[in-house]
Design a protein around this ligand. Structure first.
Ligand code: SAH
Length: 211
């Protein structure tokens, strides 16, 4: 019991030390057990601040990067959020505690199915997960208050920019997949976009088409 408590305290301490200071983000991250989103063989490493392998050659992101992206997204409780790159579902589960509704898409059908099963087991009802090529966004549900992309593109995909509300925020890694990429925040203005560079990161690439 106290071992688990100490592990969670250490996890939150590490997140803070690495720049995740927003209280709502930390509280949401406290509520989501990362061990449920990794393979059983890695469950004992779930609270380390490292990316870990999931299915289909993909990875669950490093918790501090999840935290930095979540806090940069500045999600409000009325917000409709799109995530491109469901992966394990960990990031979506955190967002589900901050937003009204989360749509998440991945090009790997198996990952979407596994993530859905974890959402169901946790009783999370405000996430809708689809198998789709997220570079085109989700036109049927657009526009979005917030968009987060958890795979790296060379640039912000224009369909995603087009599906962002005025005043909306998009957070994504950009750059070549085999290099260090930049995490950027894009804010949609009345007439254009404001870009801000946040943090160096390394993500798997955004790949065209279904797997
Ligand atoms: N957010 C995830 C980690 C994502 S890893 C988590 O919390 O675990 C990146 C994911 O992006 C992979 O699962 C990969 O399949 C997906 N991906 C890559 N290109 C994509 C595309 N064009 N559309 C949708 N998903 C894509």
């Amino acid at each position: 019991m106290s071992g688990e408590h100490d592990q969670l305290m250490q996890f939150i301490y590490t997140l803070r030390a690495r720049g995740v200071t927003d209280t709502r983000t930390l509280r949401a991250m406290e509520r989501v057990d990362r061990a449920l989103f990794v393979r059983p063989t890695f469950a004992d490493r779930a609270y380390e601040d490292v990316p870990l392998p999931i299915g289909a050659g993909q990875t669950i992101s490093q918790p501090s990067v999840v935290g930095i992206m979540t806090q940069a997204l500045d999600v409000g409780e009325r917000d409709k959020v799109l995530e491109v790159g469901t992966g394990s579902g960990y990031q979506a589960a955190i967002l589900s505690h901050l937003a009204r509704r989360v749509y998440t898409v991945d090009r790997h059908r198996g990952l979407v199915a596994d993530a859905r099963a974890v959402f169901d087991a946790l009783g999370i009802t405000n996430i809708t997960a689809f198998t789709a090529d997220g570079s085109y966004g989700l036109p049927e549900q657009a526009p979005f208050d917030r968009i987060i992309v958890t795979a790296a593109a060379e640039d912000a995909p224009s369909p995603l920019l087009a599906q962002l509300k005025v005043g909306g925020i998009m957070v994504l890694p950009v750059g070549q997949s085999d290099h260090v990429q930049s995490l950027i925040r894009v804010i949609r203005l009345e007439n254009g976009f404001d870009y801000e560079e946040l943090h160096p990161v390394r993500f798997v690439p955004l790949v065209a088409g279904l797997a």
